[in-house]
Write a protein that binds this ligand. Structure first.
Ligand code: SF4
Length: 325
């Protein structure tokens, strides 16, 4: 049986938002009851528009934000009982922008070796050996050891960010838009590198991306998020061939922006993305849904297994089928 690397159950995360000097606070539910299981070697993509909760969920998994409720275990251990340093050896992030995530005053060798020093490793030879090994793994020539970030290309900087994430050999890597700040010509090189590293180091990935071409290329499974909930989850091939949820269908029909740095795909959904402080009643997607039925505005759909997917939509519940018919 596949080894479970991440197990999240009913995870929520609320934020308290100020409404102004005399109007008190309002609750924003960024993550709303997420269940997720990721096994060793899987690449799970979290997709959805800005504000859907995917980055908040990733921060919770990385231990950078506590969840408000629900439970999460990494490699079988509840996340709350893992000391911070141990957690950072288990799971590491790779951020979107290699330009801002590398300290311009530090050499490449120093940047890549920093996580080892944070772990209390002091022997310079041990650090140097591991840094050189990791640079080779990610395709960085040894001559760049003493170079500085501003002397590197965008692709090389992202390789440095990947090397820094992998130097302590974590088991899980969270990649937040790993190629969106890069030229199109370099994107596929970085994706192929991530794929090769996954096989070579037996890694498990969570990929956050709005770029569905990237997701189709690299993910083994996709979870589609909308207003803090996973509304559909399926194997990548199945989802791209036969999306079930009306929102997933709209995303796949979307016109991807020619410049990936522009961010949100044009979903052609008419109504704009709802305000998470004041989410719609019933199914949160109903104001934008082409298939909405009268009861969609009243009752939130539960989760159903349908055509090899997990999907939250009344179209696939008995009540929905009856009323749609
Ligand atoms: Fe559309 Fe209703 Fe399904 Fe929501 S529950 S996605 S409104 S059909």
């Amino acid at each position: 049986m596949a080894e479970v690397m991440i197990n999240a159950s009913a995870v929520t995360r609320d934020f308290s938002i100020s409404r102004g000097m005399f109007r008190g606070k309002q609750r924003l539910q960024a993550v709303n009851g997420v269940d997720l299981t990721v096994t060793r070697g899987e690449v799970l993509a979290l997709v959805g528009e800005s504000g859907c909760g995917k980055t908040t969920l990733a921060k919770i998994l990385l231990g950078l934000l506590p969840q408000t409720s629900g439970s999460i275990s990494l490699c079988g251990t509840p996340i709350g009982s893992v000391p911070r340093l141990d957690l950072s050896r288990m799971i590491q992030p790779i951020f979107q922008d290699p330009y801002s995530s590398l300290n311009p005053r530090k050499s490449i060798g120093s940047i890549i070796g920093l996580p080892m020093r944070v772990q209390g490793i002091e022997d310079q030879q041990t650090i140097l050996r591991r840094v050189e090994e990791t640079m080779e793994l990610v395709g960085l020539p040894p001559r760049l050891l003493n170079a500085y970030p501003n002397q590197l290309s965008g692709g090389q900087r992202q390789r440095v960010a990947i090397a820094r994430a992998l130097v302590n050999r974590p088991q899980i890597v969270v990649c937040d838009e790993p190629t969106s700040a890069l030229d199109v010509s370099v994107q596929s090189q970085i994706l192929n590198l991530l794929n090769d590293l996954r096989t070579e180091l037996n890694l498990t990935y969570i990929i956050i991306s709005h770029n569905l071409a990237v997701v189709e290329h690299i993910a083994s499974r996709v979870a589609v998020m909308y207003l803090g909930r996973i509304v559909e989850q399926a194997e990548t091939t199945a989802m791209f061939r036969n999306p079930q949820h009306p929102y997933t269908r709209a995303l796949l029909d979307s016109v991807l922006t020619p410049d990936p740095r522009l961010g949100v795909p044009n979903t052609q959904l008419g109504a704009s993305y709802p305000n998470p402080i004041d989410p719609p009643s019933g199914c949160a997607f109903h104001p934008r849904c082409a298939n909405a039925m009268p009861h969609c505005a009243q009752t939130a759909p539960g989760g159903t297994a349908h055509n090899d997917a997990y999907v939250e939509c009344h179209l696939y519940s008995d009540a929905g089928v009856a009323k749609a018919g």
